[in-house]
Write a protein that binds this ligand. Structure first.
Ligand SMILES: Cc1cc2nc3c(=O)[nH]c(=O)nc-3n(C[C@H](O)[C@H](O)[C@H](O)COP(=O)(O)OP(=O)(O)OC[C@H]3O[C@@H](n4cnc5c(N)ncnc54)[C@H](O)[C@@H]3O)c2cc1C
Length: 339
């Protein structure tokens, strides 16, 4: 969507699962939305971090892949014709006269609205990078921080570094299709689910996974974006070379609120403090939903975020149309456009 100057009822910051469902809930109370996300695709953590993982706790779906859930949420929101601004980070939030808010993105897009619903999840997130000299030259070509398509690793020699759930889960999964999987960890003990760790060690005992412990990443060999080997070392400096096509470092995510921290909103540790009865933040007209919020009993689950979206949309409606109280209707009565 082009940059420029836009006016709408509600700006939603973040097109993760909760932001997408917020579009739907706003639509149900006849509020138009623009949605902004810094990533190039909608879907938040579901798309960026685990598109091929099945989710089991979405009501009505015994099992749904994260990417599939996003496709369905976008389809559900489409009835209300949201305008997406993808690949744009919202940087500033400014109060205008007349109860309007002005948001400006890093690319200069200006959005003006009566209400803002912040659905920014964990804020600005990115992988923790291992401090290896020259690693940038291989990133996105033979060094990956997320697995978006498992098939890309078929018949490859894969080196996985890390000791948490992602490292162990992907080692187990890729061992089924890769030519070789080596797992490097600085300790013999893993921080993964005990059952997964047991399966990892069983596959290692069968010779189907190489456990390279206790070692740490030391350097990379390769050229033109393609690694040829991962060099590892013990704390005592004993080195070892592992021939490899791909390195997957899984050292967790660095998360920060990013520019949102400067919007003058009350925080509860590094999350936005909200009143769960309305999803209102400390600034009137700014609401928040999903992983970014904190209140007593908050569960960081997609389904909780969906319920928060319904509450926030009704609160935004009450702010924008104080003269016409909302008549509560079920979707079975109200219907949706085009259905
Ligand atoms: C591996 C893994 C497995 C999971 N499994 C489950 C599960 O089984 N069930 C479950 O319920 N939950 C699960 N979760 C958690 C679930 O993914 C989150 O609860 C959910 O993604 C939160 O949705 P959200 O829309 O609030 O935030 P997010 O998905 O984090 O989306 C927020 C979006 O906001 C954008 N953003 C942030 N700041 C800005 C800004 N300033 N400008 C523009 N855009 C911005 C981000 O780019 C992002 O796209 C899992 C999480 C992970 C990592």
């Amino acid at each position: 969507m082009a940059s420029g100057h836009h006016q709408t009822d509600v700006v939603i910051v973040g097109a993760g699962p909760v932001g997408l469902f917020t579009v739907f809930e706003c639509g149900m109370v006849r509020l138009d939305c623009h949605v902004v996300d810094v990533l190039d695709d909608a879907g938040g953590q579901c798309t960026a971090l685990y598109p091929e993982k099945p989710i089991y706790d979405i009501p009505g779906f015994p099992k749904v892949d994260a990417a599939e859930l996003i496709v369905r949420l976008k389809a559900q929101a489409a009835a209300f014709k949201p305008v997406y601004h993808l690949g744009e980070q919202v940087q500033s939030l400014e109060a205008l006269s007349g109860g309007f808010w002005k948001l400006t993105t890093a690319k200069g897009t200006v959005l003006q609205a009566r209400a803002v619903i912040v659905a920014a999840g964990v804020g600005a997130f990115g992988p923790n990078r291992p401090p290896l000299e020259g690693i940038e030259a291989f990133e996105g070509r033979s060094v990956f921080y997320y697995v978006t398509q498992r098939e890309n690793f078929r018949d490859k020699r894969v080196v996985i570094a890390g000791g948490g759930d992602s490292a162990v889960d992907w080692a187990l999964s890729l061992a089924e299709i890769a030519a070789r999987v080596s797992v490097i960890h600085r300790r013999d003990r893993f921080r993964a689910a005990p059952d997964s760790e047991a399966r990892l060690k069983a596959l290692a005992a069968e010779g189907r996974i190489d456990l390279v412990v206790p070692y740490q990443l030391h350097s990379l060999d390769g050229a033109g974006g393609q690694i040829t080997a991962v060099n590892v070392a013990t704390l005592d400096g004993v080195e070892k070379k592992i021939p490899a096509d791909v390195l997957l470092p899984f050292f967790g995510l660095s998360m920060s609120l990013g520019p949102i921290a400067d919007w003058g909103l009350a925080l509860d540790r590094s999350q936005l403090a909200v009143d769960p009865a309305t999803m209102a933040t400390s600034r009137p007209g700014i609401f928040a939903v999903g992983d970014i919020v904190a209140y007593p009993g908050k569960l960081k689950l997609i389904l909780t975020g969906f319920a928060e979206a319904a509450i926030a949309a009704r609160s935004a409606y009450a702010l924008i149309h104080p003269e016409t109280p909302l008549h509560f209707e079920y979707s079975t009565t109200a219907g949706v456009p085009g259905a």
